[in-house]
Design a protein around this ligand. Structure first.
Ligand SMILES: [Zn+2]
Length: 420
């Protein structure tokens, strides 16, 4: 890598001005933002991004999944594209950094390369993916781009079909278009995303950069503990088959299972329904929504089995039946070695402390993992806060993240030249 490229840095003042302007769109009184996918604020943010792309002298592109991009033809005319970016949508009443930081870091990289007048063996694209957060369908834009979206995926949007179709209409998109947005294998040289960590590990390690090794795998199931409804007053404590007690015992056991055997994993029961559901009836059924996450496929599988064993054991202990509806798994996604070493190398060049870590949250990079080499750069989240107005990353660390992305992109471009 020539010394000129190695000394390139992003423009902090411009980067911050863009970030502050974007943070105004959908701003809430408590310092957060509210930009659910296809809401007025979300579409306004996308329109703002489009205008900024044009003002920056970059080419604006939008695909049939509504993914918005800045494109810089700094490479051969039909050469591969190195994709950088994240998302401009937010969870309801979320923070300013989640997604927005990655999109604006990517845009800044393109502007810096354009200003430097460098030609590379690849072209550059800064992308804002549609509905990463799953207001309607999680990772929608990146799944569509990766060709992983199917008709059935569009059948059960989280907010209901009517809201989804209305949203698509507002954004000028169609279901057929979503299914036609796939890019060709080979058209992408890679994908790199800057994102806030959303946890405490970087702060605890006193590191400025997280080099993501994998994105966690997620399994989920619905567990129904089956007892017997009875009069809550006249049935003795010994005689009742109380589904709520067995289910509660299981929830407490989850903590022990994870603590003893799965130190790098998490599990959660996020919803409980008791049936019939009255003060004076012993619950006949307790229906639990269980989700668990692990960094490797093998661990995810045995964690799922261990949780199920725990549920069976507790159901037996309380004389209950157990029904299990397996909702399937999202496998973990490994980040590409070459991208990881480019990020590590970039952080070293910038004299930044870095550590490898697993992403415990899902991200667009997992959609693209089968399509091209992918990698992620994490920056520290103060107090680990995220999906909240409390979300905060120091401005210094935002700049470190963007500079690491710039130096990573340049290193990947040059490696591709050497390989090609
Ligand atoms: Zn995000």
């Amino acid at each position: 890598m020539d010394t000129h490229s190695e000394h390139l840095r992003i423009n902090p003042a411009r980067f911050q001005a863009n970030f502050d302007a974007l943070s105004e769109i959908g701003a809430t009184d408590d310092g957060g933002i509210h930009r659910p996918t296809f809401s007025e604020a979300h579409l306004a943010a996308r329109a703002w991004f489009r205008d900024l792309i044009r003002e920056s002298g970059l080419e604006f592109r939008v695909d049939e999944a509504g993914n918005h991009s800045a494109y810089l033809p700094c490479g051969p005319e039909d050469g591969p594209t190195l994709l950088l970016g994240s998302h401009l949508d937010s969870v309801p009443y979320g923070g300013r950094f989640d997604g927005a930081l990655g999109v604006l870091s990517a845009l800044e990289v393109l502007v810096v390369v354009k200003e430097a007048g460098i030609s590379l063996p690849i072209n550059l694209e800064a992308i804002d993916f549609t509905d990463e957060e799953g207001t309607h369908i999680g990772l929608l834009g990146s799944s569509a781009l990766a060709g992983k979206l199917s008709h059935s995926d569009l059948e059960h949007p989280r907010g209901g079909k009517v809201a989804f179709i209305e949203g698509l209409n507002r954004a000028g998109l169609t279901k057929d278009g979503l299914l036609n947005a796939a890019r060709h294998q080979g058209s992408l040289a890679g994908f790199v995303e800057v994102h806030i960590e959303q946890g405490m590990r970087l702060i605890d390690a006193n590191a400025e950069i997280g080099v993501v090794t994998s994105i966690v795998g997620i399994g989920s199931s619905i567990l129904t503990f089956i007892g017997r409804s009875d009069h809550a007053g006249t049935t003795s404590m010994e005689d009742r088959l109380d589904a709520a007690q067995g289910a509660s015992a299981f929830i407490l056991v989850i903590r022990d299972i994870l603590h003893e055997s799965f130190p790098h994993c998490v599990a959660n029961v996020g919803k409980i329904d008791l049936m019939p559901g009255a003060f004076n009836i012993v619950p006949a059924e307790a229906i639990l929504r269980l989700e668990y996450r692990a960094p490797e496929a093998h661990t995810l599988r045995i964690l799922g089995q261990a949780l199920l064993e725990g549920a069976r054991f507790e159901a037996n202990r309380f004389g209950l039946g157990l029904e299990v509806e397996d909702l399937g798994e999202y496998p973990p996604s490994l980040m590409h070695d070459e991208v990881r070493s480019a990020i590590t190398n970039a952080a070293d060049t910038l004299s930044l402390n870095h550590i490898p870590l697993t992403s415990m949250a899902g991200h667009d990079a997992q959609s693209l993992a089968g399509l091209c080499p992918v990698g992620m750069i994490f920056v520290p989240s103060v107090d680990g806060a995220s999906h909240s107005p409390r979300e905060f990353t120091t401005w210094e660390n935002c700049i470190h993240g963007a500079n690491t992305l710039l130096q990573t992109a340049l290193r990947l471009a040059i490696n591709i030249d050497q390989v090609g």
